[in-house]
Write a protein that binds this ligand. Structure first.
Ligand SMILES: Cc1cc2nc3c(=O)[nH]c(=O)nc-3n(C[C@H](O)[C@H](O)[C@H](O)COP(=O)(O)OP(=O)(O)OC[C@H]3O[C@@H](n4cnc5c(N)ncnc54)[C@H](O)[C@@H]3O)c2cc1C
Length: 388
């Protein structure tokens, strides 16, 4: 793997870095420390700027009007995009756009007209509904939500938990069991409208995130037309798995981004804060924290770029993505924690972004599949001989 960035990648990374530092960070000074949305006028101005830079909708294929930036470059950009207070929650406040639910590119033309194109135009928002109260680590067994054929429709009953953004969504991708005699071969993926009778947001679930966003959903005799089956009946699990593997690379990149920024803050503070007649940076206890931070950051970065390189070459990258997600989320948490320690009392305050990252990065050891599940994926591939 060539770890040297091309001149174009260096320019892109530098451009995004300047954009975050000059355009995003100053706006956060006026926001509540837990705020997650920009003033609409600022948001629109920044979207126009991003469009002018040619970076809007990075992962959208050229055929759909996007720049289709390769995943290695997108990973490098995602590391930069997370380097602000709300970076883990809303990297750059969404002003870079994006496909959102990339599974919709596999939809049929009628579904694309109704869901994909409005989503790309920013007119509709979707959610991804896989996890249920009965468990998220092993959805093939845990999915209890059922879909039963009735004429041309499917009737869905059941519920979902921890679903991000469903309270503000227009539609969602919902996984339901269509054959109770089977495991992963009995699950189908449906496009569900949030205003359909029988669709209920039971509650917003409060988490470590600064802004509450996860939801609990309930489906009571929710009728969905057969035209809204995404892919084939009983083949939905593959759609879920593919999405989870792909999502783990940008997820890891976000953790690296805040770790990089936390380390920058720690070094700067250690170099100027004096105790016992000398700067903190002169103390071995502090130096070792800085060194351990750097080891954590570089390990995470290389593993994540290795996963992105394999994805870019259309090679199997499931094990690499699992390793990157596991290491980056755990290492990022350690880096933020050490940076807080170096900042002493100030590290505990909302004056600095560290406190927010400390909470929000903790979620990343569970979201998109917990660390234990990543280890399980890697163990299967290693012991089964499919990882080299
Ligand atoms: C803020 C937030 C947002 C989320 N957004 C979404 C979303 O938009 N859509 C969606 O579908 N889901 C979402 N999730 C759900 C998330 O993916 C699940 O929480 C996760 O997959 C774990 O499922 P679970 O909570 O049911 O834990 P369980 O599956 O009940 O597992 C509990 C614990 O046991 C561990 N464990 C499980 N199996 C094993 C094993 N074999 N060996 C060892 N340990 C094991 C797990 O790692 C975990 O630590 C979100 C979660 C959070 C917190």
């Amino acid at each position: 793997m060539d770890l040297e960035l091309s001149d174009e990648q260096k320019l892109i990374v530098d451009t995004v870095r300047k954009f975050v530092r000059n355009e995003i960070v100053p706006l956060e000074a006026d926001l509540d420390p837990d705020g997650s949305e920009l003033d609409p006028a600022d948001h629109d101005r920044l979207v126009a700027q991003v469009k002018q830079m040619g970076f809007y909708g990075l992962d959208i294929p050229v055929a759909y009007g996007g720049p289709d930036v390769d995943i290695v470059t997108r990973t490098l950009m995602a590391i930069e995009m997370a380097q602000h207070r709300a970076g883990l929650y809303t990297p750059c406040y969404g002003v870079f756009g994006g496909a959102g639910l990339a599974q919709l590119f596999e939809a049929n033309e009628d579904q694309k007209q109704r869901y994909l194109y409005p989503t790309l135009r920013g007119e509709k928002h979707g959610f991804f509904g896989l996890t249920e109260p009965s468990g998220g680590s092993d959805p093939a067994r845990a999915i209890k939500t059922s879909a039963v054929k009735d004429g041309d429709d499917w009737v869905i009953n059941g519920g979902k938990i921890f679903i991000s953004g469903a309270d503000k969504a227009d539609y969602g991708i919902v996984f339901a069991r269509t054959d109770s005699s089977k495991g992963r071969e009995g699950i189908t993926c449906f496009l569900v409208d949030a205003d359909a009778p029988g669709f209920h947001v039971r509650r917003v679930v409060h988490t470590l995130r600064s802004t509450s966003y996860a939801t609990e959903l309930q489906f009571d005799n929710l009728r969905v037309s057969a035209a809204n089956v995404l892919g084939e009946v009983n083949r939905g699990f593959g759609i879920a798995n593919d999405r989870l593997s792909r999502q783990r690379i940008p997820y890891a990149a976000g953790c690296i981004g805040v770790a990089v920024k936390a380390q920058e803050m720690a070094i700067s503070y250690a170099n100027q804060r004096e105790t016992f007649g000398d700067i903190l940076a002169s103390r071995q206890a502090i130096q070792w924290m800085i060194v351990d931070n750097e080891i954590d950051i570089r390990t995470s970065t290389w593993l994540t770029l290795a996963a992105a390189h394999k994805a870019n070459r259309n090679e199997s990258f499931r094990t690499e993505a699992a390793m990157a997600k596991l290491v980056a989320s755990e290492a990022g948490g350690r880096v933020v924690d050490r940076a807080m320690q170096i900042h002493g009392g100030y590290g505990m305050t909302k004056d600095l972004p560290l406190e927010r990252w400390y909470r929000e990065i903790r979620i990343r050891r569970v979201g998109e599949g917990p660390s234990e599940v990543q280890r399980l994926i890697m163990a299967r591939d290693l012991l089964g001989g499919s990882f080299h």
